[in-house]
Design a protein around this ligand. Structure first.
Ligand code: NDP
Ligand code: AKG
Length: 412
């Protein structure tokens, strides 16, 4: 696990790009300082009659380019620094793909696996009771992240509407039956697969037959695995919090998905050996895709990574010293700020549809998403090539540049 905090990582990557851009120290302070940090008590009666007291956060980083946007994470590791780091990342991410939003993120420090469905619903509603005034379709629009899903988004919409009236654009990632968008659930993982293919193609490496290890088999990891499998890639290892499974000939991903749905974990599936998450990270593969928690690629394991390429489906998986080691070892990294933008982009399509009271077909969602991903990838690649910088620095230059210009044009 990383010894560097998520926020130190976020600041480091910001300054690395800001140095190349020649940003003044005043501008750096303005762009890094969050607009608002909300920290609330979320207290409720648990199923066993005990009182549970949890801490919830919503950190709104920047709104120069539009209402703030970002997911809501339910995980035991959630703290203020992590949420701020993730909110900051959202600001550069929405700017990079040029959708009209700023950045925010939220979370509650809880373990959803230890809660009943009823407890999850009560916690979600209690949290929205505390923050409904600072969120909304023109202020800040939450969405799913680790530990939350379409059902949680449905409760958020319902609770928000108790205060403010019907307004499904107040949250995205909702169930399709309740004003959600076709294709949002698959969007982040599908985007990861499409960008992985573009990345490999640019490097003259065919996705068909490429060997891939994916850490995390939740929303993002499982859809990325599914789409890459359909593209002909050989997914040799996948994992969840309990451990990993490996088959050098390639896993049968639809079978792993069925097994995980039935048993709640990927382990103990026939025809694959059990390995640890750490062994998955150092597997001998073409592409490593971290798609779970942050801070998993560290200065301790970076020299043992055998993948040729890393695609960051997770947010903030790589600590700065590991990133430097990858650069030195010519391991190319497709950074989170680009690699996982499929989710927020389709969230934007959902928000647009909600505001227009109009529904798009899945084919239109996919087509519009592919266009944005292709354009963003090409732009990042060009800046990296023109300036001779890594893809992460190039992506940050584009994102920070757009936010900086909007800030100057709009005035403070
Ligand atoms: N959902 C989205 O649209 C987006 C998500 N992301 C990022 O993608 C990543 C994954 O999110 P998402 O798929 O939504 O989350 P989910 O909660 O759906 O899935 C998380 C996965 O990670 C596994 N996991 C949890 N803890 C560990 C651990 N310590 N070691 C290994 N695996 C672990 C979980 O296992 P288990 O099931 O056993 O707990 C699960 O397989 C996060 O970094 C998130 O910020 C980025 C952009 C958008
Ligand atoms: O869909 C969204 O609005 C946000 C997704 C998210 O949290 C992320 O990209 O990290």
């Amino acid at each position: 696990m990383s010894s560097v905090s998520s926020y130190e990582t976020a600041e480091h990557y910001f300054h690395r790009a800001a140095d190349v851009m020649g940003l003044s120290s005043n501008m750096r302070t303005l762009l890094l300082t969050p607009l608002r940090e909300v920290k609330v008590q979320v207290a409720l009666e648990l199923d066993d009659g005990q009182i549970g007291t949890f801490i919830g956060y919503r950190i709104q980083h920047d709104q120069a380019r539009g209402p703030m946007k970002g997911g809501l994470r339910f995980h035991p590791d959630v703290d203020e620094g992590e949420v701020l780091a993730l909110a900051t990342l959202m600001t550069w991410k929405t700017a990079l793909v040029n959708i009209p939003y700023g950045g925010a993120k939220g979370g509650i420090s809880i373990d959803p696996r230890k809660l009943s469905q009823g407890e999850m619903e009560r916690i979600t509603r209690k949290f929205i009771d505390q923050i409904h005034d600072v969120i909304g379709p023109d202020k800040d629009i939450p969405a799913p992240d680790m530990g939350t899903n379409a059902q949680v988004m449905a409760w958020i919409a319902n609770q928000y509407e108790k205060f403010h009236g019907f307004n499904p654009a107040c949250v995205t990632g909702k169930p399709v039956e309740l004003h959600g968008a076709q294709g949002r659930e698959e969007a982040t993982g599908r985007g990861v697969a499409i960008l992985t293919r573009s990345f490999l193609t640019r490097l003259k490496h065919d996705v068909a037959g490429a060997t891939i290890a994916i850490q995390g088999f939740g929303n993002v990891g499982s859809y990325a695995a599914r789409f890459l499998h359909e593209m002909g890639a050989k997914i040799v290892a996948v994992s969840d919090a309990f451990g990993a499974v490996y088959n050098a000939e390639g896993l049968d991903i639809p079978a792993v998905a069925r097994h995980a749905a039935e048993t709640g974990r990927v382990s103990a599936i026939g025809g694959a050996s059990e390995i640890t998450n750490e062994e998955l990270l150092t597997a001998d593969v073409d592409v490593l895709i971290p798609a779970a928690i942050g801070g998993v690629l560290t200065k301790e394991n970076a020299r043992h990574i055998r993948a040729k390429y890393i695609v960051e489906a997770a947010n903030n998986p790589t600590e700065p010293e590991a990133d430097d080691i990858f650069e030195e070892r010519d391991i190319l990294v497709l950074p989170d700020v680009l690699a996982n933008t499929g989710g927020v982009t389709v969230s934007y399509f959902e928000w647009v549809q909600n505001r227009q009271h109009f529904r798009w077909e899945l084919s239109r969602v996919r087509e519009e998403l592919d266009k944005i991903l292709d354009e963003s990838f090409d732009r990042v690649w060009k800046v990296a090539t023109d300036k001779g910088v890594p893809l992460r620095v190039a992506a940050y230059i584009l994102g920070i540049g757009r936010v900086g210009r909007a800030t100057v044009l709009g005035g403070i």
